[in-house]
Unconditional design. Structure first.
Length: 128
C-alpha cells in the first residue's frame, strides 16, 4: 500500500503563507513553478511547494528583493555554509548602506523643505 503525500489546495496554501491566492498564481507564472492539477484543473500543492513559496515570500517581502533578484537567488544554490554566512553578512552590510543613504537623503529633503518654508513665509509677507 502506497502512502499518499499530503496535498492541499491553493486556498490552504494562501492561508499558510498569509497571502492572497492571486499572488500564488502570479508567482507560479513569474517563477515558472508548475503545480499539480486535478482532472478539473484545480491546483494541488505539497509541502515542498509550500517551502518554495515561503522562500519566495521571504526574498520579496522581508529581504526586499526584486522579482528578478529573487529569481536569481533561487537559481543560485548555496555551495556551503561558509558562503551562506558570508552572503548573509553582505546583505546586512548592503542593507546598512542603504539605510545610511536613505537617512542622508531624508536629511537633505528636510533641509530643503525648511528652506522652502522659510521662502514661502517671506513671499507671503511680501504679498500682504
Amino acid at each position: 500500500m502506497k502512502m499518499r503525500r499530503r496535498r492541499f489546495r491553493i486556498g490552504d496554501l494562501a492561508k499558510r503563507l498569509k497571502i492572497d491566492k492571486f499572488v500564488i498564481r502570479f508567482w507560479e507564472k513569474e517563477f515558472n513553478l508548475p503545480s499539480d492539477r486535478s482532472e478539473g484543473g484545480q491546483r494541488f500543492y505539497e509541502e515542498k511547494d509550500f517551502e518554495t513559496f515561503q522562500q519566495i515570500k521571504t526574498l520579496l517581502y522581508e529581504k526586499k528583493f526584486t522579482i528578478a533578484g529573487a529569481k536569481k537567488q533561487l537559481r543560485t544554490p548555496p555551495k556551503n555554509t561558509h558562503i551562506i554566512a558570508s552572503k548573509k553578512t553582505d546583505i546586512t552590510h548592503a542593507e546598512q548602506t542603504t539605510q545610511v543613504t536613505r537617512a542622508h537623503s531624508c536629511k537633505q529633503i528636510i533641509k530643503k523643505s525648511l528652506a522652502l518654508k522659510k521662502n514661502l513665509v517671506k513671499l507671503r509677507k511680501l504679498l500682504q
